[in-house]
Design a protein around this ligand. Structure first.
Ligand code: FAD
Length: 123
C-alpha cells in the first residue's frame, strides 16, 4: 500500500485524511494537540459544557492511519522533514496547512518543480 502524508489537520486536512485513510498507509502530521471546531467556538463560550465537543483529539480521527504531533519544516519530492529533524518518506504528500504558512506559499513551486511527477494537493 502506498504511503501518504497529510500535513495539517484543520477542516480541510481532517476531511482529506478521512478520505485517504482507507486507501493509503496514512500519516497525519499536525502541530496542534487537538482539532478545534472554530465555528462552534462562540456558542461554546456561552455554553461551556460544549467545550468537550468542539475540542477533538487527533488520536480518534483515523481508523487505520496514525496521527503524529509535529511541525513540518520542509517538504520535498521524498517526503517531509519535521522541526525535530525527523524525516518521513511518502508517495503522496498533501499540504492542508491553511493560509499564510511558509509551506503553503511554497506549494505551487514544489508542485511544478523539477522532481518526478507526483500527485499532490494543497489547500
Ligand atoms: C473563532 C473562529 C470562528 C470561525 N468561524 C467560522 C465560520 O463560522 N464560518 C467559516 O466559514 N469560517 C469560520 N472560521 C474560519 C475557519 O476556521 C477557517 O476558514 C478554516 O479553519 C480554514 O481551514 P483549513 O483547514 O484550510 O486551515 P486551518 O484551520 O488553518 O488548518 C491548518 C492546520 O494546519 C496545521 N499546520 C500549519 N502548518 C503546519 C506545519 N508546518 N506542520 C504541521 N501542521 C501545520 C495548523 O496547526 C492547523 O491545524 C472561523 C475561524 C475562527 C478562528
Amino acid at each position: 500500500m502506498k504511503r501518504a502524508i497529510n500535513v495539517g489537520g484543520g477542516y480541510a486536512g481532517t476531511t482529506l485524511a478521512r478520505a485517504l485513510d482507507p486507501v493509503f498507509d496514512l500519516v497525519l502530521i499536525e502541530a496542534r494537540e487537538a482539532f478545534v471546531h472554530n465555528m462552534a467556538a462562540i456558542r461554546a463560550l456561552a455554553t461551556p459544557a460544549l467545550l468537550d465537543q468542539i475540542i477533538l483529539p487527533y488520536d480518534r480521527l483515523l481508523n487505520r492511519g496514525k496521527s503524529v504531533r509535529g511541525q513540518v519544516s520542509d517538504v520535498s519530492d521524498q517526503g517531509v522533514t519535521l522541526a525535530s529533524g525527523d524525516r518521513l518518506s511518502a508517495d503522496l504528500v498533501v499540504l492542508a496547512t491553511g493560509r499564510g504558512t511558509r509551506l503553503a506559499k511554497g506549494c505551487a513551486t514544489w508542485a511544478s518543480g523539477s522532481g518526478p511527477a507526483r500527485p499532490h494537493a494543497c489547500t
